[in-house]
Structure formats: structure tokens, C-alpha cells
Design a protein around this ligand. Structure first.
Ligand code: DAK
Length: 262
């Protein structure tokens, strides 16, 4: 997995994969090169059988302060449409990645940065960080599916409140509205995220992967189809990982999970 990138960097800790946005001089603003390199990173990650969880965070004082305004200012309508599509498909890849993805929101996550965090499965934020969608300040609307994801995370009224006003969302509001799942002191963020990652990694790996797929696909297909999907995936764990987990409980021992290669 180790390779040289200009705008991102990666680390490995056991089955944990860490992806750092790495343009601190521009507060990790998302440009075409960041998207290209993140896609290359995900190409490799999809073939990385040792990966169990992905953590995304930012170098320096920002998670990502948005799409790169300097780059966008030069775009015409067609180029902006394509940029939007590139960002949307990259962020969707995080949702279809078989392993869980956690955003460790270390600082500003504005505009495209907030959209990236919202595409992750779980968000943990530093008390110092701020989220928000300030696009209307620039006469824009979000372009990486933020208009769609925000209302799914925090409901229509909350989403329109923040999207219309461009107000920044502090840790207390983010937690209250459900935009993030946990808040930590700034210097405790990575420990908290790693602790959660290790907890998840101790569970049945196939159950975790199936859980992500069923929950996410169910949101797209609706309750009935999602419930059928749930039954199929529930059933598929019997005779394998689920049976081992239940036997281990009854035999008062730790389950022996097989490495998941799916
Ligand atoms: N793009 C480019 N550079 C940025 C940037 C950004 N989003 N945010 C910050 N920077 C750069 C600054 O220009 C500055 O560069 P130098 O002047 O040092 O060269 C450096 O990062 C440090 O920033 P500041 O000096 O401003 O730092 P402060 O701590 O004073 O302020 C801040 C931090 C986050 C409050 C401030 O930087 C800020 O307001 N940044 C802009 C935040 C923002 O408006 N974000 C939303 C961007 S718009 C679409 C596709 C996508 C989108 C929309 C449509 N389609 C294709 C349709 C998405 C749009 C966005 O994300």
C-alpha cells in the first residue's frame, strides 16, 4: 500500500488504514489532484486483504476547508459539472467500500470537506473543529452530494437551516443534531478514533461488512427490500462466522474469526 503521493499520505497500523489529506498550506482544500490520488489510494485499498477499517483525517489545522476555490474559480459550467461528478463518485466509493470508514474531523470541515466527512460511515470530531456548508457565501451550492447527504444525516429542517445560513456547526451542535457521533478534546481525537477502530476490528469481520452493505443499500432501496436483504445476509452468516460466534459464547471462549477475504 505504501506509495508516494503529493496531496495525501497513508499509514498502516495492523488492520487500520489511515489516509491523511496533506495540503496543510491550503487547509487541505480538495482539488483535482487530491481526487485523483484518493481514487488511486482506494484502488489499492480495494485489493488490500489486510485492511479492516479506514480512517480519514487531515494534516495540520483543517480536515478540509472545502473544494479548492482557486481551482474552481477558473472553471466553466461544463468543467464544474465534471468536477462535481468526480467528487460525487469518489465520495460514493467510500460508502460502497466493504470496510467501515471513520472521519476523524481534526479541524475545519467546510464545503467539500464537510461533504467528505458526511460520506464516511462514522464521524468523530475534535472539540475545536467546525463543520459547515458555506457555499452560498460564494454564490454556489454544494457539489459533492452535500445537498443530499446532509438531510439524510440530520433531517430536512436542520439541513436547510445550515445550508441556507452557511453557519458553522460546532461540536455541541454537531453532536446534538447527530451530524457526528462523538466529540473529543483535540489532543485525544486520534486515540479515540483508534480505540473505536480496534473495538470494531474485534467483531466478526464478515458481520461488519455485511452490516455496512445492508444498512447502506437498505437506505437506497427502502424498508421492505432492505429487510429482505437483511434476512439473506443474516442467513448467510449461519454455518460460518455466526455459528462460530454463537458456539464461542456458549462454550465461554473467545470466537476465532477467520480473516475476511470478501
Ligand atoms: N480553497 C482554496 N484555498 C483555501 C480554501 C479553499 N476552500 N480554504 C482556505 N484556503 C487557503 C487560503 O486561501 C490561505 O491561503 P494563502 O492565502 O495562505 O495562500 C490558506 O488556505 C489559509 O487559509 P486562511 O488564511 O483563510 O486561514 P484562516 O484560519 O484565517 O481561515 C477558514 C480558515 C477555513 C475560515 C478560511 O480559510 C475559509 O473561510 N476558507 C474557505 C472556506 C469555504 O468557503 N469553503 C467552501 C469552499 S466551496 C461544485 C463542486 C464543489 C462545490 C460546489 C460546487 N460544483 C462543481 C458545482 C463545493 C464547494 C466548496 O467546497
Amino acid at each position: 500500500m505504501e506509495r508516494a503521493f503529493n496531496t495525501i499520505r497513508s499509514e498502516e497500523q495492523g488492520a487500520v488504514r489511515l489516509l491523511f489529506l496533506n495540503r496543510p498550506e491550503a487547509l487541505n482544500a480538495l482539488n483535482g489532484e487530491v481526487f485523483r490520488e484518493m481514487n488511486l489510494y482506494l484502488d489499492a485499498l480495494e485489493n488490500d486483504t489486510g485492511a479492516g477499517i479506514l480512517i480519514i483525517t487531515g494534516e495540520g489545522k483543517a480536515f478540509a476547508a472545502g473544494a479548492d476555490i482557486a481551482e474552481m474559480a477558473e472553471m466553466d459550467s461544463e468543467e464544474a459539472f465534471l468536477f462535481s461528478q468526480t467528487g460525487q463518485s469518489l465520495f460514493s466509493r467510500l460508502e460502497t467500500l466493504p470496510i467501515p470508514v471513520i472521519a476523524a474531523v481534526n479541524g475545519y470541515a467546510l464545503g467539500g470537506g464537510c461533504e467528505l466527512a458526511m460520506a464516511c460511515d462514522i464521524r468523530i470530531m475534535s472539540r475545536k473543529a467546525r463543520l459547515g456548508q458555506p457555499e452560498v457565501n460564494l454564490g454556489l451550492i454544494p457539489g459533492f452530494s452535500g445537498t443530499q447527504r446532509m438531510s439524510r444525516h440530520i433531517g430536512l429542517g436542520n439541513a436547510l437551516y445550515y445550508l441556507f445560513s452557511a453557519r458553522q456547526i460546532d461540536a455541541e451542535e454537531a453532536l446534538r443534531t447527530g451530524l457526528v457521533q462523538q466529540v473529543t478534546e483535540a489532543d485525544e481525537l486520534m486515540d479515540a478514533v483508534t480505540t473505536l477502530a480496534e473495538e470494531i476490528l474485534a467483531k466478526g469481520p464478515q458481520a461488519i461488512r455485511k452490516m455496512k452493505a445492508v444498512v447502506r443499500e437498505g437506505l437506497e432501496t427502502g424498508f421492505s427490500d432492505g429487510s429482505i436483504l437483511e434476512s439473506r445476509n443474516f442467513g448467510s452468516l449461519f454455518g460460518g462466522e455466526g455459528t462460530e460466534g454463537m458456539k464461542a459464547f456458549l462454550e465461554k471462549r473467545k470466537p476465532e474469526w477467520k480473516p475476511d477475504k470478501t
